[in-house]
Design a protein around this ligand. Structure first.
Ligand code: ADP
Length: 253
């Protein structure tokens, strides 16, 4: 895989309290910089803006309404980028903020514009850091849908692989927090209705998409010939090991 889209969810970037998990972000940045040094083209789709905003505003409770969430995301997005910018700079890696909505891929002129911008950044060796533009679209805030945004991005740039890092190491036969007998599926060759049922409803309190938006993402990725993997963001050296071919997480080949 040469061109890789990596999506990190709220549950990986934030503690349950909503505060940013800085050491997790540092580790991720180190891994991504390593991959970039090896000649991989990297695109990061990052959640975490709402958490960063809550922290900055010294709020201990999660925002109740969507406009409140939008406001927190707007405060937090700059802070999140500042952190990424600072950490990536330590490795001499340049990053760029790109805020998209799913509409950007539906309307042809916008599709071409977004694609051109991302391609230009990649050709310059810059890592685009993408998030949903929460001031104009609220899919992510409503249903944690950076999952399908990341798949849309993977399609947009003809990525070879999409890696979704979550708080869980892959797709299980049932929600493991409710069913102790749930087993990890290492490979999902076809997305059947049975697979979709396993994904069930939304996930944790911080992340909101759960597995169902990840399955939706897998459908989009597979359709455009992009391999998708779901793996745990807390697994040590997860990206390097995945790309070495280690059997981690769930692969949708
Ligand atoms: P993220 O912020 O990374 O998108 P989410 O919290 O939205 O993470 O989604 C991951 C969560 O989905 C898991 O922690 C788990 O609670 C839930 N989940 C529901 N069904 C399943 C399943 N079949 N296999 C694995 N996780 C599941």
């Amino acid at each position: 895989a040469k061109r890789i889209v990596i999506k990190v969810g709220t549950s990986t970037l934030n503690y349950d309290t909503g505060k940013l998990n800085i050491s997790r972000i540092e580790h991720l940045v180190r891994e991504l910089s390593d991959l970039a040094n090896q000649g991989k083209e990297i695109i990061l789709v990052s959640s975490g803006a709402v958490g960063a905003g809550l922290e900055r505003m010294k709020k201990n409770t999660r925002p109740a309404s969507i406009p409140e969430k939008q406001a927190m995301a707007a405060v937090g997005q700059g802070i999140l980028m500042h952190i990424y910018e600072k950490l990536f700079a330590e490795y001499d890696q340049i990053v760029a903020q790109v805020l998209l909505t799913k509409e950007n891929s539906r309307q042809y002129s916008q599709y071409i514009n977004s694609r051109n911008a991302l391609m230009a950044l990649l050709s310059m060796g810059v890592i685009p850091i993408i998030n949903e533009n929460d001031a104009v679209a609220v899919d992510e805030l409503k249903i944690g849908d950076n999952d399908t945004l990341s798949a849309t991005v993977a399609t947009l740039v003809d990525a070879d692989a999409l890696i979704i890092l979550s708080d869980i190491d892959g797709l299980y036969t049932a929600n493991p927090s409710k069913d102790k007998n749930a087993k990890l599926l290492h490979e999902v060759p076809h997305i059947t209705p049975e697979i979709e049922n396993m994904a069930g409803g939304a996930g944790t309190s911080m992340g909101t998409g759960g597995m169902s938006t990840k399955i939706k993402a897998a459908k989009i990725a597979i359709n455009s010939g992009c391999t998708m993997v779901i793996a745990s963001g807390s697994e040590h050296d997860v990206l390097r090991r995945l790309l070495k071919g280690e059997e981690l997480g769930t692969i949708f080949p």
